[in-house]
Design a binder for this molecule. Structure first.
Ligand code: SF4
Length: 501
């Protein structure tokens, strides 16, 4: 029995930015008694179906965005006589859907790190169960990935997870409900040894692919101390100490290494943490700004963020500490007005944000927003190719509406157009050139422009274009830009690199 692992995608770019970690973690979870899994990442190239034979097992990991393509693959694989197993956040939320539409023999809910071996052994004896509960695997049991199976010259960044779960509870995000609010941290040594392996293979850019790299804030510590909850205080302090230990280790790695992570804005008020990040060369962070108005933040349960001049200064603090911010903004909140769009673009530029993404509010399953929207939509008669809007991920790409929740004053098309306008403005050559002053040499500035344009092509046009012709054109451009970008990130392998002591 051969084992296949598939990351579905309806668009392939030939090269990709970040290594899809879950594929290589499940490869590590595959017992050596089976041959090495055959890994297909469709963001690189479409799956070669002919490699799947009767009796093989095909593991397909899906999130809401690629569920439909995943189901297509599931059906094709089952027709070829393979066992079809679904996992990932979306399958965890909708196991019956994966069975009905994806022809799944079995669904794995939660983390696959431990339970995957049992799934394979059941398939090998022709007796897969309908469901396996992977649960939430403790930080110390999270597996390092099988990076030895990575294809050469395909990915720009390596990826390593250091912590899973997030203590916050943003209404548009499913992470805290699926991965839990209790941070599950891996031990610094385990993380470092994986990073060293990636550097040995020539990756000097590494994404610390965490839900939230800053799981303990100064506010959490002082509130535990105010409550005189010494047990909780010790627990939080120990999580924090481990973060510092990890960053000390990163600082000892080769000087050409650069890290990127995802973090909440509160980290900017923690001078010691920012210093440690700078020393560790964590030079980029995705920060969820979401909205620049207090009403907007309240609407998404993110009141811990700031607005106005305080927001600008908080974001600038990252920049002043050598950390480039990829700001993430949401449009289409009920509190948004036509003037919110350009005000957001102006704030992003003023705050010195290096990259930005502007996404349209979409109720994703597993979130608080989705639950209340689904309830509100219960009597809605709208059907697109027979599918209700509350199952929007099942609508074919070219027929998908771009905005789902009716806005009190703007039409869906107006929100889409204005959002696209902000992408165009923020990534205009003039502003990209201005922002490129964050690097020194002319070569680096040109590289910055190339990467900015690639980012826009990959995430703006393919995400919010209305028709498939535009999506395809955009994907072609992205493919064309991606090749030279890959060369910018690659480094000579360091096969003899030792782990820091
Ligand atoms: S959006 Fe970020 S901060 Fe909010 S719950 Fe999700 S991971 Fe946590």
């Amino acid at each position: 029995m051969k084992v296949h692992l598939v990351n579905p995608s309806h668009l392939s770019f030939g090269v990709a930015v970040i290594t899809p970690r879950w594929l290589y973690v499940l490869a590590a979870a595959t017992p050596r008694s089976f041959a090495d899994p055959i890994i297909s990442d469709e963001t690189l190239a479409p799956l070669e179906l002919s490699r799947i034979q009767r009796g093989d097992t095909v593991g397909i990991g899906i999130h809401t965005g690629n569920a439909l393509r995943g189901y297509e693959i599931g059906q094709l694989a089952r027709k070829r006589g393979a066992y079809v197993i679904f996992g990932g956040i979306h399958a965890t939320l909708f196991p019956d859907e994966a069975r009905r539409l994806g022809a799944a023999h079995a669904v794995v809910t939660g983390d696959g790190d431990i339970v995957w071996a049992a799934v394979l052994s059941d398939c090998a004896r022709d007796a897969p169960r309908a469901q396996y509960e992977g649960g939430r695997v403790q930080g110390t049991a999270l597996l390092p990935a099988r990076w030895d199976l990575l294809p050469a010259d395909r990915y720009m960044w390596g990826s390593v997870q250091t912590v899973r779960g997030c203590p916050k509870h943003c209404s548009f995000c499913s992470v805290w409900r699926t991965d839990g609010q209790q941070p599950r941290q891996r031990k610094p040594g385990a993380v470092l040894s994986e990073i060293v392996e990636l550097r040995r293979r020539g990756f000097r850019f590494i994404a610390l692919a965490d839900d939230n790299f800053y799981p303990v804030t100064l506010g959490d510590l002082s509130s535990a101390s105010r409550r005189k909850d010494m047990g909780r205080l010790r627990e939080l302090q120990s999580l924090r100490d481990e973060r510092f230990e990890l960053m000390e280790g990163l600082a000892k790695l080769p000087r050409d290494m650069v890290f990127f992570t995802q973090i909440t804005m509160e980290a900017a008020e923690d001078a010691a943490f920012l210093n440690a990040m700078r020393a560790a060369r964590i030079q980029g962070a995705l920060v969820g700004v979401e909205s620049v108005t207090p009403e907007g933040l309240h609407a998404v349960h993110k009141d811990f963020n700031l607005t106005g001049s305080e927001l600008v200064s908080r974001l600038r603090t990252f920049r002043d500490n050598g950390i480039h911010v990829l700001g993430s903004f949401i449009f289409g909140l009920p509190t948004d007005r036509p003037e919110t769009f350009m005000a957001t673009a102006a704030l992003a530029q003023q705050a010195g944000v290096t990259f930005a993404q502007f996404v349209m509010l979409t109720p994703f399953p597993g979130t608080v927003d989705f639950a209340s929207w689904e309830k509100k939509m219960a009597g809605d008669p709208t059907r697109i190719v027979g599918i209700p809007l509350t199952r929007h991920w099942l609508i074919p790409q070219e027929k998908k509406p771009k905005v789902y929740a009716p806005h009190p004053s703007m039409s869906a098309e107006e929100i889409r157009q204005r959002t696209l306008g902000v992408w165009n403005h923020f990534y205009s050559l003039r502003l990209v050139w201005e922002r490129s002053s964050c690097v020194r040499s002319l070569r680096a500035r040109l590289a910055f422009i190339l990467i900015s344009k690639l980012y826009r092509q990959m995430y703006a046009n393919t995400g919010i274009a209305t028709d498939s012709a535009r999506v395809n054109r955009s994907a072609r451009w992205a493919r064309w830009l991606a090749k030279p970008c890959l060369r910018l990130f690659a480094a000579d392998p360091m096969p003899d690199l030792q782990e820091p002591v």
